[in-house]
Design a protein around this ligand. Structure first.
Ligand SMILES: [Zn+2]
Length: 75
């Protein structure tokens, strides 16, 4: 069985709806509600970061940085 040489073409791309590019619906400038912390390393230091923009002091220990983050979210 040979494939049909005159098979109908697939749907042209032009008929598909394009995703909307609305410049006004960009993500909001405000951070999300609540605090979500994480730790990052800078060289031999570790510091805590939060989605609200807060960042803790550079610590020698990741554990201390996590404690900074915990204190931040708690207070
Ligand atoms: Zn925060």
């Amino acid at each position: 069985m040979d494939p049909h040489p005159k098979a109908p073409p697939t749907v042209p791309l032009a008929t598909l709806p394009l995703p909307r590019a609305d410049a006004r619906s960009e993500r909001p400038a405000q951070p999300p509600a609540g605090h979500s912390t994480s730790t990052t390393e800078r060289g031999s230091f570790c510091l805590a970061l939060c989605t609200c923009g807060w960042r803790g002091p550079a610590r020698r220990s990741r554990d201390l940085a996590r404690k900074d983050a915990t204190l931040h979210t708690a207070g």
